[in-house]
Design a protein around this ligand. Structure first.
Ligand SMILES: Cc1ncc(COP(=O)(O)O)c(C=O)c1O
Length: 387
């Protein structure tokens, strides 16, 4: 009865719904392999934990700078140079956020006016729409299709631009499809952004999780794009640090002010001691990251090989992140029904509804689960689809 009007279009997360259902069933004694959640099942590497513990013991327990600790921002600037060929001044162009989530949310608060339209490749990560809407903006679905490896086309982007369009969201590697946008796709997006004078939010959280020789390209490196791009990244996926809530944003200096002001009056700063762990994640040895990526690669191969043999499903082979979208429309049943049946067979997946209108008929699987569990899940799915 007291709800603000702006909350009326904001749904409860569909992914969380699956999570709650799995939890309830497990509590009742059912064995479910949960392929619903996008959370690395590894522990945070020890050197990162030790650095945060030491920071606590050393008394780093007070407010940090709104921008983030100097050492961490230096490490982030160095990482952007080393991995992405992006050049940001650590003092003025980098801020540390409460996960990549906050970076996305701040970008909407900072740049989207009421009524502004934001183009979102659809299927999408379910947070983008509510983030745009909470800022008063209007999210607009851009279809991305299985037959095109889920890459958006320049033609679709152009055709959906209006005089209200303000921003395009780019997320590559992509949740939920596992697509990696090709350099050609990114160049097409850049053409649209330049011609229509749009900003780009580039969510690169899955940057390191990329397989089979694919290469991640940051759209901010394309000509004239840095000044209109908000590059968002974080520690959750690459370093198994989802619970630490640590992300970061790179923007050109003149875009920083509205973002930092929105951050100042919401979260203020990220917890100080955890930023020491994050600096260690970037500056320390990277072998744990390498091991995680190769394990995800092994699981991806298992899932892809199993799906290829399954009847009544189709999919576009994922190249990054740890997701695959499976088209179940050949079953003659809706994706929600299939997700329900699979849950009764002991496998949790996420049906399309929360991931966009162009996700209709698809379910998302996450292979951020152990190889052994994935083997069980693939067997259960194979027998379900083989009727
Ligand atoms: C595309 C995408 N962006 C951002 C995030 C959020 O990352 P963080 O944990 O850093 O807030 C996720 C998490 O699932 C994601 O899938």
């Amino acid at each position: 009865m007291f709800d603000a009007q702006r909350m009326s279009s904001i749904p409860f997360s569909g992914i969380r719904k699956v999570f709650e259902e799995v939890h309830a069933r497990e509590a009742a004694g059912e064995h479910i392999v949960n392929l619903g959640i996008g959370r690395p099942d590894f522990d945070t590497p020890l050197n990162i934990k030790e650095a945060a513990k030491k920071a606590l013991d050393d008394g780093h327990v007070h407010y940090a700078s709104n921008y983030g600790n100097d050492d961490l921002r230096k490490a982030i600037a160095h990482k952007f140079e080393r991995d992405n060929d992006l050049h940001y001044d650590y003092k003025k162009e980098i801020m540390v956020t409460v996960g990549a989530n906050e970076g996305v949310f701040l970008a909407m608060l900072a740049f989207v006016n009421p009524g502004d339209e934001v183009l979102v490749p659809d299927p999408f990560w379910p947070h983008y729409f509510p983030c745009v809407e909470l800022a008063g903006g209007v999210p607009v679905s851009v279809p991305i299709r299985e037959e095109n490896g889920f890459n958006p086309t320049k033609k679709d982007l152009f055709s959906l631009c209006t005089d209200k369009t303000k921003m395009i969201i780019v997320n590559s590697p992509h949740n939920p499809t596992g697509a990696v946008f090709s350099k050609r796709t990114l160049a097409g997006i850049a053409d649209v952004a330049l011609e229509k004078n749009l900003m780009v939010l580039s969510d690169e959280i899955y940057e390191q999780l990329i397989y089979g020789g694919e290469k991640h390209v940051s759209i901010g490196t394309l000509p004239k794009m840095k000044e209109r791009t908000v590059t968002v990244n974080g520690f959750s996926k690459s370093y198994a640090m989802t619970g630490w809530r640590l992300g970061y944003v790179g923007v050109e200096q003149n875009l920083m002010s509205p973002m930092i002001r929105a951050h100042q009056y919401s979260t203020v700063c990220v917890s100080t001691f955890s930023q020491y762990g994050a600096a260690e994640a970037l500056n320390g040895p990277q072998d744990e990251l390498g091991k995680m990526v190769s394990e995800f690669g092994r699981r991806r191969e298992l899932v892809v090989a199993s799906l290829k043999k399954m009847k009544r499903v189709s999919f576009s082979e994922p190249k990054g992140a740890f997701y695959v979208m499976v088209n179940v429309s050949q079953t003659g049943r809706s994706a929600e029904q299939v997700a329900g049946d699979l849950l009764n067979s002991g496998v949790a997946v996420v049906p399309w509804e929360s991931m966009g209108k162009y996700a209709k008929g698809l379910v998302r699987l996450s292979y951020a689960n152990s190889y052994e569990n994935l083997e069980i899940a693939m067997e259960r799915m194979t027998s379900y689809f083989d009727y």
